[in-house]
Design a protein around this ligand. Structure first.
Ligand SMILES: [Zn+2]
Length: 118
């Protein structure tokens, strides 16, 4: 119940500073490494108005983390993730190529992708 209330609040507030999900916290230390990889080119894209609108739509349609949900966990999605990475040919602006993930699951997915494709 609390998670659902959190999801509503996050949407009202634009989801920029929602409360952190309580599960899988130890994985947050992956953030620093990966934020470095996401700088320069990606900054412009992820700060664009078009992306912000699309991201909001994705998280509104998918307020819960898809990966956590598959594991039976209820976690607030904070990141609109490209299911197939754009750099691997995934569609940038297609809502069909986007899913809601929590930070932990997004970090795990990004980490796996960089190990496979780099
Ligand atoms: Zn998750």
């Amino acid at each position: 119940m609390l998670v659902l209330i959190g999801a509503s609040l996050a949407m009202v507030n634009g989801n920029d500073m929602p409360t952190k999900p309580t599960s899988k916290k130890p994985l947050y230390n992956l953030n620093k490494k990966q934020s470095g990889q996401w700088s320069s080119n990606n900054d412009t894209f992820y700060h664009s108005t078009r992306w912000r609108i699309l991201r909001k739509a994705v998280l509104k349609a998918n307020p819960l983390c898809v990966h956590c949900n598959a594991d039976g966990l209820i976690t607030l999605a904070k990141i609109a993730d490209h299911i197939q990475p754009v750099r691997l040919g995934g569609e940038t602006w297609s809502i069909d190529n986007l899913q809601g993930l929590c930070e932990s699951c997004h970090n795990i997915k990004t980490s796996k992708e960089s190990k496979i494709y780099n």
